[in-house]
Write a protein that binds this ligand. Structure first.
Ligand SMILES: CCCCCCCCCCCC/C=C/CC(=O)SCCNC(=O)CCNC(=O)[C@H](O)C(C)(C)COP(=O)(O)OP(=O)(O)OC[C@H]1O[C@@H](n2cnc3c(N)ncnc32)[C@H](O)[C@@H]1OP(=O)(O)O
Length: 277
């Protein structure tokens, strides 16, 4: 049974609720017996990743480093969407300062998630485009409900998936498949994603999704943790270091790119199309 665990917070059950309620943007539950955490994104309607949601995730990931967290399942409270990716409003006519702060928080959050030593599973309970796909790809294992969409569709919006987004995809589906998918900005159905290995398993529904996520976690918890995490980090270090060693350059690419008038036009048109749906 899952209970909110005291040591995640300041010591009482009500402080646990305060920790989550401080933003309300992520629900965090931990199994007292196993140490497995469920982090549920909770920014209706579509968990678009704005600064505040990223900060809430980042803060949680930092806290988990100091806790007896043995593994994490990432999912969402939305019935239809895991995450709609980066909040387009963060990129549409921001100030330079705001855009810089936003991008820095995205980098921070990704670095923490990608390098987490404990096993991580994305329980993808709905659509997962662009930054949503990045979150899923940053976990070690992906399980998805049927008939939803996942992929790095940036090109379709007139923007470009940054190098580290691209690297994550390459690491999972291989260079050739990733190149094709990134150039076209392909959004794969859950079923197609399973065929190319972008996701590891299909689930029938949310209940089955969570069951499969726990099954994966149970398998991982049977492995010696230090050996497990050493191999994981060994595989991920080049991708991580590539961003860590070039954070400023990456931020400059982002700022220079989104402030181009053509990119702002594309974002405006895309936002309008989303509203008109
Ligand atoms: C290699 C070197 C490269 C060097 C150059 C690098 C330069 C860097 C460039 C910049 C890179 C930027 C990277 C960006 C990555 C991203 O993540 S961009 C975001 C992409 N996201 C999407 O395309 C998803 C858009 N949303 C949808 O497709 C749908 O909403 C959905 C399928 C997720 C869900 O559909 P549905 O349930 O039908 O909900 P909707 O009615 O569509 O939406 C509800 C509501 O939410 C608003 N919304 C949806 N998505 C977003 C979003 N991403 N941001 C902000 N808002 C969003 C939508 O407008 C609706 O609003 P209203 O209720 O109408 O107000």
């Amino acid at each position: 049974m899952f209970v909110l665990r005291q040591c995640l917070t300041l010591g009482t059950k009500s402080s646990v609720r305060n920790f989550a309620a401080a933003t309300n943007l992520v629900n965090v539950k931990i199994n007292e017996d196993t140490g497995v955490v469920i982090m549920e994104l909770n920014k209706p309607p579509v968990n678009s990743l704005n600064y505040e949601l990223l900060e809430a995730m980042h803060r949680t990931l930092v806290k988990l480093e100091n806790e007896r967290c043995s593994g994490m399942i990432l999912t969402s409270s939305s019935p239809n969407t895991f995450s709609a990716g980066l909040d387009l409003l963060e990129m549409y006519k921001p100030t330079v300062d705001k855009a810089r702060k936003f991008w820095g928080m995205l980098q921070n959050t990704w670095i923490k998630l990608y390098s987490a030593p404990y096993p991580t599973v994305a329980a993808i309970n709905g659509h997962s485009p662009a930054g949503g796909c990045l979150l899923a790809m940053s976990c070690e294992y992906r399980i998805m409900v049927p008939k939803k969409k996942i992929g790095l569709n940036e090109t379709q919006l007139g923007i470009v998936a940054p190098q580290w987004f691209q690297d994550c995809m390459k690491n999972i589906i291989g260079s050739r498949q990733a190149e094709k998918a990134l150039i076209a900005g392909t959004l794969f159905s859950s079923e197609e994603a399973a065929k190319i290995g972008l996701i590891d398993e299909l689930a029938t529904d949310k209940e089955d999704l969570m069951k499969k996520a726990h099954d994966f976690m149970d398998e991982q918890l049977g492995l010696p943790p230090l050996a497990r995490s050493t191999v994981k980090i060994g595989f991920r270090k080049d991708t991580l270091n590539r961003l860590i060693n070039s954070r400023e350059v990456d931020t400059k690419y982002f700022i220079d790119f989104i402030f181009q008038p053509k990119v702002q036009e594309s974002l405006e048109m895309y936002l309008q199309a989303l509203k008109k749906k």
